[in-house]
Design a protein around this ligand. Structure first.
Ligand SMILES: [Zn+2]
Length: 361
């Protein structure tokens, strides 16, 4: 039996178990950092697999790191996400993402046990993809293997109240500051590149972290200017920087190689952001995507419904096999592994140049 067939067979044999976990996660939607049911479902399953070590993190109790090793070799890591969205539950299909990571981990482990692969396998349980940036926080505490870009600005304009009829001149109008800031950003729009976005919530999205930081500087000046003109104080705080996804083109092979319809965003801009972007800046990585039959896109109730369907599970299992085969290839094929590392280095060179060219402007 070929190695991909071996992976496929393993995925088929655990598909029912994975379906149960996926439905359990779907039926118990939990928000960022509160994913205890999902965490327990995955960790309990992994603890029952012989030879797998599961590490937990005191600071982030709904995260985990499962590892399996069988001698010297490269390390390949997978991520499982499992947090839900407020009110609509699993409208981003993280119940499927959770079991894709677990299934691919089990399939690669099977190939390792059969003697086809040597090395180290990791499954990161990564909470809080929505509403926070769990992967960034986990990288910060060194939880990862070794250790569209987005950020947000929170602005509070502080004025002071006065009686509108008796002494309006004694007031400092915070709403005026907000309106001026809104107008300033409206004018600034002419100079904002078409692919960048700044909404009234001041979520800044752009194709690269460099462009986000550039836009952040311009918006900060607009807020400070509005505060100055109205006599208000502007308190500006920023959020974590979500870097743009830099999918490793060499890793993005599963669609072609395994005849598995997986879409990988590389050159084109996705229009959304993920904390996995930061992972792709720290390691060669790839965020494959697949379609499920939903009447509406991610973050809608229709998508929540679609992500529990048999069809969605079937797509997830195909995708799981593709990820497992890619991992096996990376761990066994020296030339391929070198190519993956080279294309990542090239990509990081591009990132560096983009930062440098913006600094010169
Ligand atoms: Zn989402």
């Amino acid at each position: 039996m070929s190695v991909p067939e071996c992976a496929q067979q393993k995925v088929d044999s655990v598909s029912d178990d994975l379906r149960k976990i996926s439905l359990k996660v779907h039926e118990n939607p939990e928000l960022a950092w509160k994913e205890h049911t999902a965490h327990d479902a995955l960790v309990d399953y992994l603890k029952g697999v012989s030879g797998v070590k599961v590490e937990e993190f005191e600071k982030y109790p709904t995260a985990f790191k499962a590892t399996y090793s069988n001698g010297n070799g490269r390390t390949f890591a997978l991520c499982s996400e499992y947090d839900a969205l407020p009110e609509i539950g699993h409208g981003c299909g993280h119940n499927l993402i959770a079991v894709c990571g677990l299934g691919a981990f089990l399939a690669i482990k099977e190939a390792m046990d059969k003697g086809h692969v040597n090395g180290n396998l990791v499954l990161m349980g990564t909470p809080a993809e929505e509403g926070d940036a769990g992967k960034v926080r986990l990288m910060d505490i060194g939880a990862f293997v070794r250790t569209l870009s987005m950020t947000h600005l929170r602005v509070t304009f502080k004025g002071s109240p006065a009686h509108a009829g008796l002494a309006p001149w004694e007031g400092v109008n915070a709403l005026d500051a907000a309106v001026l800031a809104y107008s300033a950003i409206g004018v600034l729009r002419q100079q904002i590149q078409p692919s960048c976005r700044a909404s009234m919530l001041y979520l800044i999205r752009a194709p690269s972290a460099a462009l986000v930081m550039d836009l952040k500087k311009k918006l900060t000046a607009a807020f400070e200017g509005a505060a100055m003109q109205t006599g208000c104080k502007a308190e500006i705080t920023g959020g974590l920087l979500l870097k743009e996804m830099r999918n490793d083109v060499s890793l993005s092979i599963m669609g072609d190689m395994y005849d598995i319809p997986v879409r990988v965003a590389t050159e084109e801009c996705m229009g959304a952001s993920s904390d996995f972007g930061n992972v792709t800046h720290a390691f060669p990585g790839c965020h494959p995507m697949f379609n499920i039959k939903s009447k509406n896109s991610n973050h809608t109730v229709e998508f929540t419904d679609a992500s529990k369907s048999e069809q969605a599970h079937g797509e997830a299992m195909k995708h799981t096999t593709g990820m497992a085969c890619t991992g096996i290839k990376f761990m066994t094929d020296d030339k391929f592994a070198d190519k993956v590392k080279e294309s990542w280095k090239d990509e990081m060179e591009k990132v560096k140049k983009e930062h440098e060219s913006l600094k010169k402007d």
